[in-house]
Design a protein around this ligand. Sequence first.
Ligand code: ADP
Ligand code: ZN
Length: 662
Amino acid sequence: MEKIIDVAVNYPFYQTFTYRILEAHKGILPGMRVIAPFGKKEILGIVIEVKNYKKTDRFGYKLKHIKKIIDAEPVIVDEILKLCCWASNYYQYPIGQVIFSAIPLRLKKGGLIDKIKIEDKVNPLSKNLRIKLNEQQEKICKSINTKLKTFNNFLISGVTGSGKTEVYIELTKKVIRNGGQVLIIVPEINLTPQTIDRFRKYMSSDIQPYHSSMTEKDKMIVWKKITQSKTDIIIGTRSSIFLPFPSLKMIIVDEEHDSSLKQQEKFKYHARDLSIVRAKNLDIPVIIGSATPSFESLHNVSINKSIKYELTKRYHKTSLPEVVVVDLNKDYPVNGISQYLMREIKMQLEKKKQSLLYIGRRGFSHALTCSICRWVSKCSVCESFMAYHKSIMTLKCHHCGNNQKINKNPGNCKQCDLIPLGFGTQRIEDKVRDLFPDARIQRIDSDSISNISKLKKFVSDANENKIDILIGTQMLVKGHDFPNVSLVGIIDIDSGLYSLDFRGLEKTAQLVTQVSGRSGRKYEKGKVIIQTRNPSHPLFKTLLKHGYERFSQEKMIERKKSNLPPFSYISLIRASSKNKQKSYSFLNQLKNDFSNQKSIFIYGPAEAPVAKKNNMFVHQIILGSKSRVSLGHKTKEIRQYMEGKKLYNIKWSIDVDPIDLY
Ligand code: ADP
Ligand code: ZN
C-alpha cells in the first residue's frame, strides 16, 4: 500500500500537512527532516507520522510529493515527538513551532549531524569520590534509591544550605552506575557552571551544560554526544527538557519554584511541568527541589501525586539567620539605606565579613523626573517608565528595549532639575561607595555581568573574599552558595507586598526566604535586614516567625477559599492592537460568545499590566476552571475561534498556567 506522511513546518499552523512519497523514500520514519513543496516555495519540515494512503481519504487539497529526505535517521526520536505533540496541545502552540524550538539552529536550517566531530566516551565511574552524607541526606537517598525503577514525582523541600545538591549527586551516581543518563534542569544559565563543578567533584562522567548562550556549534556537539550516549549528564536550562537522551533514567529540576523555568514568550511552556510529563512517559523518576516549593508542588504532595522529603537542617551546622525588620517610617533611609543597615554593613566590614544587598531592579532608578516642570521619563511606545541608567546617561525601557540618551532639558524648563524616582542597583551602588569608600564593592546584574566568564570571575572573587559588599538583583541570589556572606540586606520589599497578582505574596515569601538563605551559610549565624514602610504586614508575622512552610499552609487555605490555583486552573489570553478599542472589543465579543459555559469562568477583559507595549494596546482575559481537562478543551476552542476570525490587525496569545498575571 502507498504510504503518505504528515509533516510539521516551522510556521504558525496548528495542523500538519500531508504529502505523498516516492518509491525511493520508502524507508522514511517519523522524526526525519524533509524538503517539501509548500505553496510556491520549498521548505523544511519534520515527519510526524507515516500512514497508509487509502483512496477514500479526503484532504481538501491535492497531495504533493516531498522533494527529498534530509536524514538517514530521525533527528527527533519518537519520545520527543510525543512530548512535543503533548506540549503543542496542552499549551495550544503550533506543532511545527514547538518541534522546531526543540532542536538546535543548525538542524533547523537543514544542517547535518554527521558533520560534527566528538570525542570518545570517558569512563563515568573512574573517579568515584564518596560523598559523606549527613543523616537526613542519607535517609532521603536510601528511600528514593528504592523507587528509581518507575515513575515517581519526588519533592525535596530543603532549607537553604541544607545540601540538596549533594542529594542530587548521590542519586545521579546511582543512576549512572546502572547505565542511565540524567538530566538536571536549573532555572538560570548562571547556575550551570557552579552546579557542573559540584558534580564533577565527585564523578568523572561526561557532564555537559546546555543553554541558550552556548554557541550553535557547542550545542550541536552536546546534542550529538547525547544521542550517542557519550554524555551521561546534562545540566541545563529549561530548553534541555527537549534533548534526545536515548537512555534517560532520571530528571532533576532544581529551584522548581523559580519563574524562569517557565518560558514567557512565544511557546510558553513550563520546564518543571514538562519534566513531570516526560518522566511519566518514560516511566522514570523526577525529582524537584526547592527551599521554597511552589504552591502547585505542595498541592501535588497533598493530593498524593508527589512524595515529599524534607531537609530541615543546614549542612554546615549554622542555624538559619536572625531577621530584623527595619521600619523606614522611623529610620528614614538616605538614598535607600537606613541608618541601621548602614551601621550593620560597617560592622561586617570591620569583622572582614561580606554583606549582600538585594534590590529587585537594575539601572539607577526606575524613572527620572523634573521637579520643576514635572516631566517624567515615559516610554514613547509603552505604557511604562524608562529606567535611568546613570553610568551611560541613558534612559531604557525594560519592556521594549527602547533606548534614549538623556539631554539636559528633556522637559519644558530652561534648566530641568532632574531627580531619580525609586531605586535600582546602580543607585544603591553609588550610595554604598559613598558611604564606604574603602570597601571593595561589586554590582551583579545583567548590565554588569553580561557573560558566563564574568560571572565565574565574580563567583570566585566572592568566594576568595576579594569582595566586601555584593549588590545585585535576582541574579545574585538565585541558588548561589557564598560561604562568607554574613549580612543580607533587602533594600525594598514593599512593591512585593501589595502586588495585584494573586501569587504576589507567594513570590515575595520565596524571595525573602531565598535571599535570606544567602546569609551565614558556612561559618556563623548570619543576619538579615529587611527594610519596609509596612512592618506590620502579615507576611512578616507568619513568614519570619514560623517559616515558609507554615506561611504556605496558611496562604493555601486562602487560595482554596477563593478557588485560585493550585485549586483551579487558568489560561491567560491576551490581545493587542494599534487601536485601543479593537483588542478590547475583540476579547469582549469572545467573552460573550463563550459566556454560557458551565465548566469555565471568564474574567475580564481588562488592560494588561503593561497596557501599551511597543505602540500596541494590550488587553487580557483569564479563563479558569476547576477541571484541568475542561480548561484544556475550552482553551483549544477559544484558540480555534480566534484563529477563525483571521483578524490581521489584532495579535493574540495564549498562556496556559500563566505565572505572571499582572
Ligand atoms: P541548598 O542547595 O540546599 O541550598 P547546598 O546544596 O548549596 O544547599 O549546600 C550547602 C553547602 O553545604 C554547600 O557548600 C555544600 O557543598 C555543603 N554540603 C552539603 N552537603 C554536603 C555533604 N554531604 N558533604 C560535603 N558538603 C556538603
Ligand atoms: Zn517601551
